[in-house]
Write a protein that binds this ligand. Sequence first.
Ligand SMILES: [Fe+2]
Length: 538
Amino acid sequence: MNDRNLYLKPNVVIEPLVDNWYAWSQLIAPATAAMNIAWHHTIIKSYLAAPSVHAEAVKNPKMRGGPFMDFGGGRIKEVEALQKESLRKQDRMLQFAKAVKELDQMLSTEAVGFNIEKLYERVPELLKGYVELYYDRNNNPGFRFFEALLYNSEFYNKGSQSIALWITNSDARSFCLSTPRMADPNVIYLDLPLESPVIDELARMKRKPVSYEYARSLVSIRPEQEHLFRGLFTEEVPPPFQKYIGDKVRVRYFGHACILVETDEVSILIDPLISYYGYDSTVDHFSDADLPETIDCVLITHGHQDHILLETLLPLRHRIKNLLVPRNNNGRLEDPDLKLMFEHIGFKNVIALDEMQTYTFRDASITSLPFVGEHGDLNILAKSCHHVRIGEFTLLALADSRVVESRIYQHVHKQIGDADVMFLGMECDGAPLTHLYGPLLTKKLPRDMDGTRRLGGSNCDQGMALVDIFKPREAYVYAMGQEPWCEFISSIKYTPESNPIVQSDKLVKLCKERGLAAERLLGHKELLYEKQPELLKA
Ligand SMILES: [Fe+2]
């Protein structure tokens, strides 16, 4: 038993949690966490009042991703206990959320254009010292948080963070943002802050064998869970990793918005969302086993839960040399700072890029480009598309940018020129604003307005505008959230009649008619490019 011959199984999920809820960026950043915790209480209350309504809603495809608990109407006693425990434990966070609402209300009635200084004394006690008040140029009042100070206050409580370890044998999982995790005989819960090096050690064990004694020494578990912990390990040696040594640029699509761009010297991973292996999946895919030992750069396009998946990122943390995020740092509640968020959960070398700023290493450069819309018309800056250049080869990863005004990209084109390959997300319907930002609104948004304020990407015309501007030779539709291992986080399920499918089919057809290679990607794809494509053309 002391032999170093055990690996963590490839289908072990290291699931990050904040209290009993699936951890995502809004649950880490202190101010948005408070608002989300308050929102969780409204879901809990609503479930306890009408559990069968939730059970029905979860089954209804039209309500997918909505605020409904997936417990089939049961587990009432446990949900009641969760409510009681959370009201006690998160009392200060709930007070914080209440204070934000009071501050919004106070400013809307009292800040009418005169000097704002006298209103500092009217800021709720608990928020004093954490906010700056201001007017915009049209006399609308607002406030910004000093986020760095909040991370060092009682409102950033690492004690609420933990991980759940369990084995998955299927891609199918419930939508994870609306249903809390409850006691489960097949799940081990470890009270660890997300910055804990134990997470890195456990993740390493998927490739590096250890003794059981060593693995066991890292964690504190109850004796009755010993067999469960032992069951996470196997003597089966994982397939050996094949480092890419070719002379081309290799681009691999891992599903959703996740793309790995590699040469023999460079590796760049965009929006990591990696599926597991070790069980049958209905769609072929790459996995963790296909990622290099170290990744030079991980690029994040924006803060939506399907683009910052901590469940993938935390186990990869020890392999990431640099993490590039869009710069925001404006203190607005709806736009938490991504650099601060990642640094506080243990990521090193987090680099915040401004729009049109370029990060260069070896023969590669990454330029952060404007990302338009897709955030319900909120003024959110934490979003960027990427222009990746390796040698002379260029690739555009445009994520969910909604090209409402193509002239923005005409201006961009003046600086970066044509691109060889373009990847564009076309989930052009999108959920209503409140699906993701509802917890942050302190004034009810009328339903008819909400219906027009969507989190949708580009349609066919908008996508073709990009093709006209950047003149790629290949255009791929990605980030559609349709891989089976993405559904638990994207809550998307299309039919052939769904508008995003119709629009992307149309774009692919038009591109092909023009002689481009084009495809809507699903599952996996491997593409190879010359580093000097222009020379070849000549
Ligand atoms: Fe998005």
